[in-house]
Design a protein around this ligand. Structure first.
Ligand SMILES: Nc1ncnc2c1ncn2[C@@H]1O[C@H](COP(=O)(O)OP(=O)(O)OP(=O)(O)O)[C@@H](O)[C@H]1O
Ligand SMILES: [Mg+2]
Length: 253
């Protein structure tokens, strides 16, 4: 039995001026799975993620969340669908004028009617999980790139979202912190049986530990979709992404 589909793209196209960045992407993200998105830089991964979240509007095809076409939802409908999302932006997208504490508390204050003490406790706990317990009162401009990334992660996950989208979550992080972040993503995912998680990353080794399936985008098209075990049949360009020597599907790696 296959799990329900959380997000489905049908023939999704996105262009900026005359340049098509996504060209007919068909894709499913199922409840319960962690989907890894890989591919060369500049080939449409971030644009795809933003389309999945309804932050960019498709120029062709459509994106369905729980069967509802995002383009047919009004602002209220879209806001309702987005309530189940957590999003880690590649470029952090923190609120510059808010402290770390307020950035992370933001989604809880937006949605849930939680007492302040509960919000404070959840924010502190999530920041401790990403190793930033000491940074509560700092402003984004006082943080390193890696620290901003971790604040973005805390903000995206503090509400235990059902659909979590991570754009390059370990970018700019040291190896130990990167591993911790991927463990946190896996832990967040395991917290809900209906969780649908998408991770865009170049960190293929760490993705292996948490991803159930992969999609590879090249020039805005899907050139591979499947589990790692299907890599043996994948085009060379895909295998190369996973590290040539390890392409044998039964390899212990
Ligand atoms: N808002 C925008 N306006 C115009 N062009 C854009 C916009 N966003 C993305 N693009 C273009 O779309 C293409 C794909 O960009 P995207 O950010 O999706 O790449 P990516 O696969 O995420 O790359 P990376 O691995 O470096 O993060 C690029 O050519 C980029 O210049
Ligand atoms: Mg990107």
């Amino acid at each position: 039995m296959t799990a329900p589909v959380a997000i489905r793209c049908e023939d999704l196209g996105k262009r900026f001026d005359d340049a098509w960045v996504l060209r007919g992407v068909d894709l499913e993200v199922r409840r319960g799975e962690v989907l890894g998105v890989i591919g060369p830089g500049g080939h449409g991964k971030s644009v795809l993620l933003k389309c999945l979240a309804g932050l960019l509007t498709p120029d062709a095809g459509r994106v369905l969340v729980d069967g509802e076409d995002l383009a047919r939802l009004g602002p209220l409908g879209l806001a309702r669908v987005r309530e189940q999302y957590g999003y880690v932006f590649q470029n952090y997208a923190l609120f510059d004028f808010m402290s770390v504490r307020d950035n992370v508390a933001f989604p809880l204050r937006q949605q849930a009617h939680l007492p302040d003490a509960e919000i404070d406790a959840r924010v502190a706990a999530r920041l401790a999980e990403v190793g930033l317990a000491h940074a509560l009162d700092l402003l984004p401009r006082e943080l390193s790139g890696g620290m901003k990334k971790r604040v973005g992660l805390a903000r995206a996950t503090v509400g235990d979202p059902a659909i979590a989208l991570y754009d390059d979550p370990s970018a700019g992080l040291d190896p130990v912190t990167s591993s911790k972040i991927f463990q946190l993503i896996a832990r967040m995912h395991a917290r809900r049986p209906d969780a649908a998680t998408v991770v865009v990353s170049h960190d293929v080794d760490r993705m292996r530990a948490i991803c159930d399936r992969y999609v590879m985008l090249e020039r805005g098209r899907v050139v591979f979709v499947g589990a790692e075990s299907a890599l043996g049949d994948a085009p060379e360009v895909v295998a190369a992404f996973f590290g040539g020597a390890e392409r044998a599907p039964t390899g212990g790696g």
